[in-house]
Design a protein around this ligand. Structure first.
Ligand code: NDP
Ligand code: 8X3
Length: 252
């Protein structure tokens, strides 16, 4: 049977591009996100184009109960998961700590940290039962370098960085790989979400240089997922060539 990959946040951006990349290479896909219509459309498109099997589930990863219901409800044929991509995440707002919107903070903490943990807690035992698997955590350069007004988002991505290192140790004896991918600026719906639908402000983020695309990150995940079993890329920072860390970039 072909390998099965579970991707969170597959309705847009990096997650959607990852679904497309693995579908094109014959993987069985489990795709998740909140926007059901997008999941249905993507599943239909990938089934038709690549003739692969796809299971989708719409739920909010911030809800511990919804994550549990999703995993408990996985049909028997979908319980053997080879790759988990913990990708669902967001930045909400960009303001100094004293001006921060606490609802935004909670959305980021609940999605980027707790959602990733709920999913990992539910799926890791299924991988451990077969002594194989590969967990990808999508961090960020914001998890390596903090920047002004990025406070809580940077904090959540630093947490993803630390959790990735820690879970790699825990998974060691079970033969499960853990790879953290930390992208720099990638043009997806990320800035549109961060700036609450302000398209002009979102577009400005990517002006004057060539940003990464979701497909670039998907290529990287695919490469790491298809290495020989005896070695694992632990931690990868990928940025546009015009960017170094969070503080240095050249724009035209
Ligand atoms: P997008 O906004 O394009 O995609 C985010 C995805 O996450 C969507 O599919 C969205 O689905 C899903 N998601 C968000 N909140 C929830 C939730 N509560 N429950 C379930 N799914 C959710 O952004 P990106 O593709 O850019 O972001 C993907 C990951 O990459 C994030 O973790 C982000 O922090 C990280 N990243 C992005 C960078 C960038 O520059 N774009 C750089 C570094 C890291 P839906 O809305 O349907 O629920
Ligand atoms: C997304 C990249 O620089 O906006 O994580 O934090 S950045």
């Amino acid at each position: 049977m072909n390998k099965t990959i579970l991707i969170t946040g597959a309705t847009a951006g990096i997650g959607e591009a990852t679904a497309k990349k693995f579908a094109a290479n014959g993987y069985r896909l489990i795709i998740t996100g909140r926007r059901e219509e997008r999941l249905i459309q993507l599943a239909e498109q990938l089934r038709q184009t690549h003739g692969i099997e796809i299971h989708w589930a719409a739920f909010d990863i911030r809800s511990r109960n919804e994550v549990k219901a999703f995993v408990d409800g996985l049909p028997a044929a979908w319980r053997s998961i080879d790759i988990l991509v913990n990708n669902a995440g967001l930045a909400a707002g960009l303001s100094a700590i004293q001006d921060g919107d606490i609802d935004d903070w909670e959305a980021m903490i609940d999605t980027n940290i707790k959602g990733l943990l709920y999913m990992t807690r539910a799926i890791a035992p299924l991988m451990i039962a077969k002594n194989s698997g590969h967990i990808f955590n999508i961090g960020s350069i914001a998890g390596k370098y903090v920047y002004a007004n990025g406070n809580v988002y940077c904090g959540t991505k630093h947490a993803v960085n630390a959790l990735s290192e820690s879970m790699r140790i825990d998974m060691l004896q079970h033969g499960i790989k853990v790879t953290a991918i930390h992208p720099g600026a990638a043009e997806t719906e990320f800035s549109l979400v961060r700036f609450k639908g302000d398209e002009a402000r979102a577009k400005k983020v990517y002006e004057g240089f060539q940003p990464l695309t979701g497909a670039d990150v998907a290529e990287t995940i695919f490469y790491c997922a298809n290495l020989p079993g005896h070695y694992c890329i632990n931690d990868l920072v990928i940025t546009p060539t015009t960017q170094a860390g969070s503080h240095y970039s050249v724009k035209k």
